[in-house]
Structures are given as structure tokens and as C-alpha cells.
Design a protein around this ligand. Structure first.
Ligand code: GRF
Length: 187
């Protein structure tokens, strides 16, 4: 399956998806809504087309941004869109267009802690367990069918920073496995 990865930043999950690429999926395109995002260099180093689509010129018109995004994706016959640190909320227009073929990774054990600052919130809640989730994207943010989760214990010495580091390691293992499984089960 031909996959486009959407990023906004350093792209360590993109790197994990690239490194683990197998028969089930092929990263065919990387798009960043943030110009000069570090992940674009990772894509180019792997000889993958890497595009910038800055959302700023579109102002408040999210759909106009997404229509251009969609045009880029369909022109390259993309079959799955994987969000990897993509920091834009997508509108129902885009989510419906890609229903069942749009995945995200989130640094918490959903349904716990949707949104931001997940590691600090897990600590504040006194949780003894934390982790990450790969899920299908639906209109409500950080919801949708869970494709996989990875969990770990929270130790008394943990800070938001140490949790972020360990969860990221779990993400890099989980995301390629879930993407491959989704690609394999698609017709
Ligand atoms: C990851 O923690 C991911 O779960 C979250 O944003 C971060 C992206 O990191 N949605 P990277 O750009 O993949 O390194």
C-alpha cells in the first residue's frame, strides 16, 4: 500500500516507519505543514518525495488547505495517510474522504488523555501505567478504532521528560507494526 506520512516536526516516527518498511506498505510521500520541518530531511535522505504545504497562507480556511493536501495525495495515488506528529486538526471534509485509511499515533493510552501534555497529565493523575496508541482518525480528536497500544509502568522517579522519552521508544516500535497490519487487512 502506498502511504503518505504527514508531519509537522522532527519526524522520529516517520524515521521508524521508513526503517521498518516491509512488503505491506511503502512510504511514497511525506508532507509537512511546517516549512523546514526536520522530518523533511529524513524523507529526502531516504529518496522520498518531501513537500511543504504551509497552512498559514490559507488563514482560517482549513478546508482550502485540505483540498490542496488532498489533490497532492490523490495525484500520487496514495492509499493510506499516516499522521506522525502532524499538529493540525483535520476537518470532517478530510476525515470523511479518508475514512478507514487515515491513522494517527498518540502518546497516551487512549481513551485516557486525548489532546496535549499527555505525560504531565499521566503523572498528575497518579497513574502507574502509560503508553501510546495507534488509532483510525475520526471526526472527534484522538478517538476512533484502536489499532494497537503499547504500555509501560510509570516509576516514582519519572518526570514528564523521562516518560516522553520512553513512550517515544514504544511509539517507534508500535507504529510500523500497526501500519503494516492495517495495510495487510485492506482490500
Ligand atoms: C509523538 O510523540 C507523537 O505521538 C505525537 O507527536 C510526537 C511526534 O514526534 N503525536 P516525531 O515528530 O515523530 O518525532
Amino acid at each position: 500500500k502506498r502511504v503518505a506520512v504527514l508531519i509537522s516536526g522532527r519526524g522520529s516516527n516517520l524515521q521508524a516507519l521508513l526503517d521498518a518498511e516491509q512488503n505491506a506498505y511503502e512510504i511514497a510521500l511525506v508532507i509537512s505543514n511546517v516549512p523546514n520541518a526536520g522530518g523533511l530531511d529524513r524523507a529526502r535522505a531516504a529518496n522520498i518525495e518531501a513537500l511543504e504545504l504551509d497552512h498559514k497562507p490559507f488563514g482560517k480556511d482549513r478546508e482550502a488547505f485540505e483540498r490542496d493536501l488532498n489533490t497532492l495525495l490523490t495525484a500520487r495515488t496514495i492509499e493510506i495517510v499516516a499522521l506522525a506528529g502532524f499538529m493540525r486538526v483535520l476537518t470532517p471534509y478530510f476525515v470523511r474522504a479518508w475514512a478507514g485509511r487515515l491513522v494517527n499515533i498518540h502518546p497516551s493510552l487512549l481513551p485516557k488523555f486525548p489532546g496535549i501534555n499527555t505525560h504531565a497529565r499521566a503523572l498528575e493523575a497518579g497513574d502507574i501505567e502509560h503508553g501510546c496508541t495507534v488509532h483510525l482518525v475520526v471526526e472527534e480528536v484522538d478517538s476512533g478504532e484502536v489499532l494497537g497500544q503499547a504500555r509501560m509502568s510509570i516509576e516514582p522517579s519519572d518526570t514528564a521528560e523521562t516518560l516522553a522519552t520512553r513512550v517515544l521508544g514504544l511509539e517507534h516500535d508500535l507504529y510500523p507494526r500497526c501500519l503494516a497490519a492495517l495495510a495487510s487487512r485492506m482490500p
